[in-house]
Design a protein around this ligand. Sequence first.
Ligand code: SAH
Ligand code: DHB
Ligand code: MG
Length: 224
Amino acid sequence: MEARKMEETWKAVDEYFEEKLKTTDDIMDHILKETDDAGMQQIEVSKAHGKMLYLMAKMAKAKSILEIGTLGGFSTVWLARALPEDGRMATIEADPNHAEVARRNIASVELAAPVDVIEGQALDRLPKLMERGYSRFDLIFIDADKENNVEYLKWALKFSHKGSVIIVDNVVRHGRIIDDTETQAIPYIRQMFDMLEHDGRIESTAIQTVGQKGYDGFLMGVVK
Ligand code: SAH
Ligand code: DHB
Ligand code: MG
């Protein structure tokens, strides 16, 4: 065990949880395979993290969910599984190929509530969500281009009510978040933390994670 590289141990522990806690199943494995077969980057949340999103949506009794950054729909389906029949989910994806794979994956799953895959740049699509009949979301998951996290967080707050849950993926990036010499993505994620430092509208925390996907972390908050 000691000789093992830490990364290998993180993976092995995630595999242990996979077996004991059923952090995956045939449906989710199918989605991962379809996404992989389509030649897309395997940058979806980990299995344990996917199930955590589902559990968080259940805890929040979410009926309306917004996701920014769909990829192949892995996190989308985990979140959508938590929705009741009168629920609804929107997920925004800029890459037409990703959106197509996601639509196919979502269509292959039996879900109680509809999932709207909205194709386009999130900053173009977010202002038009009202036209599609969306007003407030109970849970918002931000997981797209990190450079726009501040803008996404502002939109998330606009679409929130008291008690809305906001989750942002990839806020640790192997610890690089505290490196102020970083030039890619990190400065923008730091801008989001600067906003949170001064913004009184949301109570938040961030959790560092290790596992299948290495060392990263997520931010979570509840709107006051
Ligand atoms: N949430 C997914 C992973 C998303 S990966 C999961 O965990 O399963 C990030 C996705 O955001 C990619 O598919 C990428 O194409 C998309 N993306 C990047 N920039 C975007 C933008 N400006 N607007 C919308 N989607 C964007
Ligand atoms: C990466 C991982 C992610 O979860 C994401 O949303 C974007 C990029 C990555 O590892 O590069
Ligand atoms: Mg991510």
